[in-house]
Each structure stands twice: as C-alpha cells, then as structure tokens.
Write a protein that binds this ligand. Structure first.
Ligand code: UDX
Ligand code: UDX
Length: 463
C-alpha cells in the first residue's frame, strides 16, 4: 500500500522546503509539518506567502500552490503523528554546549524527545525517517526507544539524509544529484525503503535513488559535508599563500578546477564557510573518530575547522592592521550578514565572528543585509557572550539602505556574496566615505580594478 499521509516534525530550513516539494509533487499524499514553535507555524500559515519564515528563491510559490490542498502546518504534533504512516524527523541537532562532548558532539535531546513522543502516540505501525544530520548509529538509539513502548506497535527506521544547500533548496530538491535511503536489511526494512523510494519516484528518476544500510547512509552525509568543507579550507589555505607570493587564488582555482578529476565547484576562496552543517558535522565526525580512539583520523578532519577559524580571524586582523592598527570608534560597513547569498539564515556566518573581533577593538559596525534584521544580528552576537548585550546594541548600527550603512565609513567589508552588491553605485559610496576609503572583499565578488580607478584601496581574499 502506498503512503497517503506524511508528518514531518520540524518546520525549519530542511523540513519546510522538503515537505513543500513532496506535497507539490505528490498531490495524493497529505503532508503535515509540525513544530513546537507556534510563531514559526503561524508564519508558515500566514495568508501572505511572502511572510513564510524561510527565504528560499521559488519556495513561496510552491507553498502557495500546495498549502491548504495537501500541505498543512500545525502545532498539533500528536495528532499529526497519530495520523501519519510515515514520520520525518527534521529537528535541529546543535553541537552540545554542556557536559560530555561539549563543543564537539551533536546534542540529540530533540531527537530523543521526538522518538519518545512518537512512541507515546503511535497506535499503528509506522515508518520513521531521520532527516536531521546525525551521528552514525543514532538510528539505533531511536529504534531502542521505539521498540520498547510495550504496545505492540512496530517501527521501521530509515535514514534519508538531506543534501540540499540553502539558497538553492528548491532546485536541489526538484533535481537532486541523488537521494540516499538507508534501512534495515530485513524484509520489513526493505519494504519501508521501497515505500520511501515510491514517494521520491514521483519526480526523481529511480537511477538517482540509492538504497543502502542505515549506518552507511548516516556516515555518507557526514562524509559529504566534510569533503565539501575540506575543499573550501584547502583553497582558503592557498589564499593566504597567494597573498604572500603575488599569485591570485581565483586564477589558481580556475586552473585546478579544469582538471576533471578536481572539478570547478566549491573552490571559491572566502572569509570562511558558515552554515548550520559544515562545522557541526565535522566536529561530530571528529568526536566519533576520537571515541573509537582514531586520533589521526580525528586530527585530520579537525584541521578543516582550524583552517576555517584562522581564515575568519585573519580577515578581521587584516582590517585592523590596514586601518593603521586601530579601528576604535571607526565605522566599518558590513555588506552582508547571512552565511551565503539567497538565504536569511545566519547560523555560523563568518560575519558574526568578524564583527565580534572588530567590536572587541571598539569599532562601530554598520550592517546591511537584504534579508537579515537588526534583531537577528544582535541575537547572533549575544549568543557568543563576548560582552554585555547593551554593548552590542551600542556597537552595531543597522541600516535599511546600503548607502546609509556606508556613509561616513572608514571601510566596507563584504561578508556575503549577494548579487546586488556588485551593481551598487560605488562612486556614490566612495564620495560619502572617509578617505582613504577601503574595501575588504571577503567574497571576491567586486571588480577590484574598477574600484581602484574610483579611488578605493581594494583588498580581496587571496590576491
Ligand atoms: C535541522 C538540523 O539543524 C540539521 O542538522 C539537519 O540536517 C536538518 O534539520 P534545520 O531545518 O535547518 O536543520 O533546523 P531549524 O531551522 O532549526 O529547524 C528545526 C525545527 O525543529 C525548529 O523550527 C524547531 O522549533 C523544531 N523542533 C525542535 C521541534 O518542533 N521539536 C523539537 O523537539 C525540537
Ligand atoms: C551544505 C551542503 O552543501 C549541503 O549538501 C548540506 O545538505 C548542508 O550543508 P549549505 O550549508 O546550505 O549546504 O550551503 P553551501 O552552499 O554548502 O555553503 C556553505 C558555506 O560554504 C557558505 O558559507 C558558503 O559561502 C561557503 N562556500 C561555499 C565557500 O566559501 N566557497 C565555496 O566555494 C562554496
């Protein structure tokens, strides 16, 4: 029997878009997305689809099409669990901030809560799909909670890692490179896998749907993210060498990217990678390796994070050094706060760390991001706990308009690669700034020689 009712716990950056696409492509399946956060659910249900809580190009149109037809957002978690034959778990799994594994291991508190809630509510057999990125062998923990309910209900646990990237989530979901599904090798396990394959087969060709065992699936997700992040740290390491030697990292990236064995993607030197996944997943990998006593494996992957932290710090140090070793009371305009373009997500964004360093040097930061509010900027800085919240309030200026943000500034720093930055009237910005006027391009998106012609002192990563 095919699946007709799906529930997803967690209406975040992964759960929301993924379920919207499933609902759009499978009108015969009723999809209910639930979340504990009432505000978030209310925003998903907002009459004006432009107010949905997640900004992703193309998403609001899909929500508009499916919402109320077969896509529903609700806070009634128990009802949705009870009705669904298949339950996706898509809650967040932040790095632990306390106790054993602090700063390294994933905090599985929310996952366990979900498993317990499913165990409590379920009266019929169900398939539980782990969608959150999790440490290898988490499925086992979920299984053990679900298998011990004593009410005779049988659960199949599948691992179905998400590979979508924010900013391109809709395209990634519509045309995935692959779908990966891990399940038990038993007959029931294979049936559960097939049920999920059938859902995706509504729009993904079957040769792109890979099936494997649960552990390989879980580890594949961590490995994919570790490899991607490693490429960025590798090119960023070269960017520092390029700056010292007079080579240009963009040229180096172009030259190596044309080697078909290396390929051109993910070779953009930057102020450092951010996002909710890369750092968390690598720390997790490091933690798992250490827990098996594999210290060389752990050290190898940890270096990717060490390099990334170095790159962020190097960027802020360079701003201070270039501005005559002091930024005290100087206005530094930040263009961009999101961790990449086309998203309003700021988790682990390099901008947060660069701003934190500069505020510690008494700079005033004037932030403009087309999708990020002042409230979010302040919350991100407060989360670091480097200073009292009111000091952050006093140090961060926010503007609705990039020209105001840059007005009277000593320097402009590009932290996110938003397309619109390229098309600004840079002459106008130059005229309004303190002289000499500096641009620190953390994303290598501007045309340095054009800016130099205007009169800017221009510095990009890796050249
Ligand atoms: C999350 C994880 O961070 C990531 O590791 C994984 O790959 C996919 O799921 P994301 O969707 O970006 O990613 O997280 P987030 O936007 O924080 O959304 C999670 C949602 O779950 C939040 O809205 C939160 O309120 C909700 N939640 C959390 C619950 O509904 N119940 C809980 O018990 C915990
Ligand atoms: C990543 C993975 O790509 C995705 O498959 C997984 O499901 C979740 O984690 P995401 O974090 O949303 O996705 O975005 P991604 O495009 O991978 O970018 C991550 C960070 O790396 C961003 O800060 C981005 O600016 C940076 N980056 C990316 C670079 O600095 N250089 C590059 O060449 C590519």
């Amino acid at each position: 029997m095919g699946i007709t009712k799906i529930c997803c716990i967690g209406a975040g950056y992964v759960g929301g878009p993924t379920m919207a696409i499933i609902a759009q492509k499978c009108p015969q399946i009723q999809v209910t997305v639930v979340d504990l956060n009432e505000e978030r659910i209310a925003a998903w249900n907002d009459e004006d689809v432009n107010n949905i809580p997640i900004y992703e190009p193309g998403l609001s149109d899909i929500v508009k099409e499916a919402r109320g037809r077969n896509l529903f957002f609700s806070t009634d978690v128990e009802k949705a669990i009870d009705e669904a034959q298949m339950i996706f778990i898509s809650v967040n799994t932040p790095t632990k901030t306390y106790g054993k594994g602090k700063g390294m291991a994933a905090d599985l508190k929310f996952i366990e809560l979900c498993a317990r809630q499913i165990a409590k509510v379920a009266k019929e057999n169900k398939i539980v799909v782990e969608k959150s990125t999790l440490p290898v062998r988490t499925a086992e923990a979920i299984k053990s909670i679900l298998d011990n309910t004593g009410n005779g209900v049988k659960f199949q646990i599948l691992s179905n890692p998400e590979f979508l990237a924010e900013g391109t989530a809709v395209q990634d979901l519509l045309n995935p490179d692959r779908i990966l599904i891990g399940g038990d090798t038993t007959e029931e396990g294979q049936k559960a896998i097939q049920a999920l394959v059938d859902v995706y087969a509504n729009w993904v060709s079957e040769d792109r749907i890979l099936t494997t065992n649960v552990w390989s699936s879980e580890l594949s997700k961590l490995t994919a993210n570790a490899f991607l992040a490693q490429r960025i740290s590798s090119i960023n390491a070269m960017s520092e060498l390029c700056e010292k030697t007079g080579a240009d990292v963009n040229e180096v990236a172009r030259a190596i990217g044309m080697d078909s064995r290396i390929g051109p993607k993910f070779l953009k030197a930057s102020v450092g990678f951010g996002g909710s996944c890369f750092q968390k997943d690598i720390l997790n990998l490091v933690y798992i390796a250490k827990s098996y006593g594999l210290n060389e494996v752990a050290d190898y992957w940890e270096q990717v994070i060490i390099m990334n932290d170095h790159q962020k710090r190097r960027f802020s140090n360079n701003i201070v050094k270039t501005l005559y070793n002091t930024v005290s009371d100087k206005k530094i305009a930040f263009l961009g706060w999101a961790f990449k373009k086309d998203t309003n997500d700021t988790r682990e964004s390099a901008a947060i760390y660069v701003a934190d360093d500069l505020i510690s040097e008494n700079a005033k930061i004037a932030v403009y991001d087309p999708k990020v509010s002042r409230k979010k900027v302040l919350a991100d800085l407060d989360y670091l706990q480097s200073r009292a919240a009111d000091e952050n309030v006093n140090s961060v200026l926010s503007f609705e308009n990039p020209y105001e943000a840059c007005f009277n500034a000593h320097a402009v720093a590009i932290l996110t690669e938003w397309d619109e930055f390229v098309n600004y009237d840079w002459q106008k910005i130059y005229d309004s700034m303190q002289k000499p006027a500096f641009v620190f391009d953390g994303r290598n998106i501007l045309n340095g020689s054009d800016l130099e012609k205007i009169g800017f002192v221009y510095q990009a990563i890796g050249s």
